[in-house]
Design a protein around this ligand. Structure first.
Ligand SMILES: [Zn+2]
Length: 258
């Protein structure tokens, strides 16, 4: 299996910490259905063993072309990303793309079913958006997604009350806007890179500009000493348990809403 992150070496190292045993247990208890992808059991190291970490995240996929272009870059550079999927985009044709995300050690999370303004929705409508996408993702990955990114970063009290996942925002650069070039995307992301932050980009909607930009972003961040990790690993590396209420995380160490 072509996994990211040298998980073999990490497993032996992490077995020494009790924290790691918890991670391993969770993974072992999740029995994927027969059709599910085989996720790389990525064992996290002890938090003090991390240097600078950053989480690149991609919204609105899966897209069979642009998502795979982005995955190629992460695979080539042995790095990990997190993807926030729109339930309605998880078509049968996109199953293999989602499988590949997991098989490369990337994290698959929820970005709702229909990508609507959920701050205008009732509790029942919110739950339906979440349940559909959770089920779809679980069907492919064997795991219920851990994090949620609200469409348009629009939130309400009703959403916080009815969604039992931490809400993830991120530092972006309007890369969904077709007038923003690959060069500008790369430049803006590198300018805003900082230890512990979450970067918000888009792989959905055939975003070839972002796919092009990550060819620069990923190796350059690594050259600057960053380890590109999933959102889960970012929180773990910073020793933080993400909260499910009233915070929109753009960095692991976020304590206020934005
Ligand atoms: Zn979106």
């Amino acid at each position: 299996m072509t996994g990211c992150g040298g998980s073999t070496a990490e497993s032996s190292k992490s077995a020494e910490t009790s924290e790691e045993k918890v991670t391993t247990t969770v993974a072992a208890e999740t029995v994927p259905p027969e059709t599910a992808a085989e996720p790389v059991v990525t064992s996290f190291r002890a938090p003090e063993e991390y240097g600078k970490v950053i989480a690149l995240t991609f919204d609105d996929g899966p897209d069979v072309v642009s998502t795979n272009m982005i995955l190629d870059v992460f695979e080539e550079n042995d790095a990990r990303a997190s993807f926030f999927l729109i339930g309605d985009n998880i078509t049968d044709a996109a199953y293999d793309t989602v499988r590949r995300e997991v098989e490369l050690g990337c994290e698959v999370n929820s970005h709702s079913k229909t990508h609507s303004y959920m701050d205008k929705m009732t509790a029942e409508e919110i739950k339906a958006e979440m349940e559909y996408t959770d089920e779809k993702i679980k069907e492919i990955t064997g795991v219920t997604p851990r994090f949620f990114r609200p469409p348009y970063i629009a939130v309400s009290d009703t959403m916080f009350e009815n969604i039992d996942k931490p809400f993830i925002n991120g530092i972006g650069c309007n890369d969904w806007d077709k007038s923003v070039s690959a060069e500008t995307i790369a430049e803006k992301v590198l300018e805003q890179a900082e230890d512990g932050v979450i970067i918000l980009l888009h792989d959905g909607g055939s975003n070839f500009r972002t796919a092009e930009a990550v060819k620069t972003i990923v190796p350059e961040l690594q050259k600057q000493g960053y380890e590109l990790v999933t959102v889960s690993e970012l929180f773990h590396a910073k020793g933080i348990e993400p909260q499910e209420d009233d915070i929109l995380y753009s960095r692991a160490e976020q304590t206020t809403m934005y």
